[in-house]
Design a binder for this molecule. Structure first.
Ligand code: GLA
Length: 391
């Protein structure tokens, strides 16, 4: 299952621009982060899912050297070589270039002489990881074009790590692996539990009568320009200081026991402790949340989502008023849970609802938000299958 419309359009645009049908086509979805905010780079755990919107990436052989890539929506093209590490002055091209670069330099898969087109249905800047989807779609298509088999020649974990490196180095955001893993390991109606210490993933079924709403208040954000990297440093500082206070190793915040953190947080740098409070609670909520979901208790699971937003707002300070207004409106309208999804400082709110109530709750959220000067748009999100090679 994938967004067929976007694949059809991408293929048509490619044929029109390059006067030939693509021979290789891939698709990778965006994601929502359900629980486990800013836990990935702390070696923690998360709950996320791939969504029913994604990017399609098409390739055909060219008789010219180099790699040409066109963003299908704006018809903008950049040309580069897979082995050149120079960054491109563009908001999208580095997400593509970086993947070709690391395939060449770290995996010996050097691709040259191709024309590419990509098109996505994920709104940019909405906090749905359009960049990770683009990275993963690029790598899946590149590997297929090079005749490599995913899972044999290169593992899915390696693809995630490669795409993350592209984001870290080429796009300048020190993000974790959540977005890439969600895009790769998605399953229909499954929530992905990822462990960023062991890099193991498994899915837990979302009850059939539940779904998510992605509520976008349209406040644009770019994580590389946000305090994201500074928050990461605060978390690392907290882990280093806690490591001195316990008789086991705290290599990352994941390692500090929940009770020890409560007892010791006043003994470390106050700002680092405040940021770490959110992360330590989030890891705890993910682990308790797994049990609740397995029992089908989505009501309590939803409450964890509200709790998560609260510590985002007060401790991690990665919310903004527009997102708080949406979360409050969702709660008032009867959503089971709602929280900011992803990095924060913009993006979208993810709300858990009973499917039968999705339309009513959406309408009520929109009208409640309007009275506060926020005009969100809402998409229904069904947890979806992860990245795939289509052709
Ligand atoms: C962004 C990053 C992820 C993760 C989330 C916050 O989406 O790209 O790696 O850190 O923020 O949980």
């Amino acid at each position: 299952m994938y967004d067929e419309q976007v694949v059809k359009e991408a293929r048509a645009i490619h044929a029109e621009l390059y006067s030939t049908e693509p021979t290789t086509v891939s698709y990778a979805p965006g994601r929502i982060e359900v629980l486990g905010n800013h836990t990935d780079y702390n070696a923690g755990t998360t709950f996320s899912c791939a969504i029913n919107f994604g990017h399609c990436f098409c390739i055909s052989k060219s008789n010219k050297p180099g790699i040409r890539v066109t963003a299908g929506d704006i018809r903008e093209t950049f040309e580069f070589s897979a082995t050149c590490d120079e960054k491109i002055d563009s908001y999208w091209a580095n997400y593509v270039k970086g993947n070709f670069y690391y395939l060449a330099t770290e995996h010996g898969i050097v691709i040259d002489g191709i024309d590419c087109t990509f098109l996505g249905s994920i709104p940019m800047g909405a906090g749905l990881s359009s960049s990770a989807a683009l990275e993963v779609a690029t790598t899946y298509a590149a590997l297929q074009y090079a005749g490599k088999t995913i899972g044999e020649d290169i593992s899915k974990n390696e693809i995630g790590i490669l795409a993350q490196k592209c984001e870290n180095v080429f796009a300048g955001c020190s993000c974790g692996l959540l977005d890439q893993f969600s895009s790769i390991f998605g399953e229909h109606h499954g929530l992905i539990h990822s462990d960023f210490r062991t890099l193991e993933t498994y899915t837990v079924k979302l009850p059939d009568d539940a779904m998510f709403l992605m509520i976008n208040p349209h406040i644009k954000h770019k994580l590389a320009d946000s305090p994201y990297n500074a928050r990461r440093q605060s978390c690392e500082k907290a882990a280093t200081e806690l490591n001195e206070l316990v008789d086991y190793e705290v290599a990352a915040l994941r390692d500090i026991q929940f009770e020890d953190f409560q007892a010791l947080k006043d003994k470390i740098d106050p700002e680092a402790a405040q940021r770490a409070t959110h992360v330590v609670w989030e890891i705890h909520r993910v682990e308790e949340g797994v049990k609740l979901l397995a029992e089908g208790n989505i009501e309590e699971f939803g409450q964890f989502m509200f709790d998560s937003h609260e510590t985002s707002r007060t401790a991690f300070e990665n919310s903004i008023p527009g997102l708080d207004i949406v979360v409050a409106a969702a709660k008032e309208a009867g959503a089971l849970g709602a929280r900011l999804s992803g990095g924060g400082w913009g993006g979208s709110v993810c709300a858990l609802v009973k499917s039968a109530e999705a339309d009513r709750i959406s309408e009520e959220i929109i009208s409640a938000c309007k009275t506060k000067g926020v005009e969100p748009t809402i998409e229904k999100i069904v947890p979806s299958q992860g990245a795939q090679v289509i052709l």
